[in-house]
Structure formats: C-alpha cells, structure tokens
Unconditional design. Structure first.
Length: 263
C-alpha cells in the first residue's frame, strides 16, 4: 500500500483537541476529516469554550467534536503493571483519591466532577464514543487513531483505540496508528511487539502547518503540551495489530518515536 492509498477516504479520530496535531502531524492536512472526542473538562471549565473556539478557527475544513465530556482519567492507571479492560485500561487508586477530594466540594456546590465518580464516567464515555462513531465510520475508510499503548500513556487514548478497534472488527475499515511512545507506556507497548514483518509507511511531519495549528491552540489558551516541544521529522504509520503478541522469538513492532514525558 502507498501513502496515497492510505489517505483515500481517510479520517483521524483523536481523543482530545491537539492530539490530532501532536500524533498525526504528517497527515493532519491531508486526511478528509478530523473528529475529536472530548471538549469539556470538568477540572477546568474554561477548557471547553476554549476548545470550541479552536474548532471555529481551525485552519482546515471538516473538523468536528463529539463533545463527550472528559472523565479526567489522566495518570489514574498503574502504568508499571497496566491492566486492559473492556472499557480501556483499569483505573486505580488515583481515581478513587480524586473522587474523595471532590466529595466535600460536591456538598458545597463547588465541584463540576461527575457524581458517579471518574471510573463510572470513563465507562459511560466508552459507550458514548461507540455510539458516536458507529454511524461515522464506514467499511472503505482509512481510520487514523491512537496506538494501543496511548502514545505517552493516556487512559483516554487507550479507550479511543479500543473503541475504534471494536468497530474495525464490526465494520471492516483499516485502522492506522503511529509510532510515538515514552518510557511510561513502553511496558504496554511491548505487549504488541511480535515477530511479524510489519509493513509501515514513513511520512515527514509538516512542521510549518503543525506550528500554524498549534498557534491557534495557544491563542485560545488550550494548548496542553510543552511550549518547547520539538516536532519529530518523520512519523511511521502501520496498521494496528489485531491482538497482543504471543511470547517467544525476538519480537519488535516498528521503529518508535521515543520521547520523555513529564507528567
């Protein structure tokens, strides 16, 4: 398959606004459509309107949001021993601690947190995402989304990947991922290392366009990434694996864009 084939009838499914830019900088300008999952973020009510403003001023057409509120799951999983679940990745002690901190604020009306707790909101988001995507994705599409370890290790990225993977099996489109990874997500990434000769397509990151889009986020006050982020010169795209790898051999997956993530 060529890069031209890969970009026919193509769509990016990104968890949060700016994910489409950070992890798909080589194809962001070229795909037919971009869908972002989350908009509102309860720990900071200003984020939702800022993200909406970005979408109105986005420097390309066919960009939309499903407007599913974030559950605020980031760093709630045990990334040393990650456990995958039907809904994404298992949330641990940190999620319960965040829920406890919100209980007093709920009583005095100072919390915007989901009343059922973070884990329950995460589960609900799985179903909302499935329902939101099942009528958008078609059998002849090329769907770009997060890799199964969530790039640097984000619980929402894992969930998006797993919903899209479920729909791939039901609908039959091609699911593509890129090669970003950090030391935190590497234990999970290694579960997908196998002995297959995996084909991949290498594409240069469009740095000028990436900076143009990043400036829209910065002007609207919702750029979530480091200001000194340096774009990788290339991204590698490969079809997402259909299962975790079996043990044995000298497994690999593809050359990784490794970077250090500071939580």
């Amino acid at each position: 398959m060529t890069s031209e084939d890969m970009l026919e009838n193509s769509i990016i499914i990104a968890a949060h606004p700016d994910d489409e830019l950070l992890w798909f900088g080589a194809v962001l300008k070229k795909v037919d459509r971009v869908v972002m999952v989350h908009q509102d973020y309860w720990p900071d009510p200003a984020v939702g309107p800022a993200r909406a403003a970005v979408l109105k001023n986005y420097p390309r057409d066919n960009v939309m949001s499903l407007k599913i509120p974030e559950a605020a799951t980031h760093s709630c999983a045990d990334w040393n021993k990650p456990t995958l679940t039907e809904f994404g990745i298992e949330l641990g002690v940190q999620a319960r601690l965040r829920d406890l901190k919100q209980q007093v604020k709920w009583l005095i009306g100072k919390s915007q947190a989901p009343r059922g707790g973070i884990a329950e909101a995460y589960k609900s988001n799985y179903y909302a995402l499935y329902d939101g995507l099942k009528d958008i994705l078609k059998p002849d599409m090329n769907v770009f989304t997060h890799n199964p370890w969530g790039e640097y290790g984000h619980e929402d990225h894992i969930q998006v990947y797993r919903v899209v993977d479920r729909l791939r099996r039901e609908i039959g489109f091609r699911q593509w991922m890129t090669n970003y990874c950090t030391e935190r997500s590497l234990p999970l990434a290694m579960r997908y290392f196998d002995n297959e000769d995996r084909e991949y397509i290498q594409l240069p990151v469009d740095v000028l366009y990436s900076e143009q889009v990043a400036d829209v986020f910065r002007r609207n006050g919702c750029w979530t990434w480091a200001n000194n982020w340096k774009w990788f010169p290339f991204e590698l795209y490969t079809e997402a694996p259909l299962k975790e790898a079996e043990a044995g051999g000298q497994p690999h997956i593809l050359p990784l864009n490794m970077f250090r993530f500071c939580d």
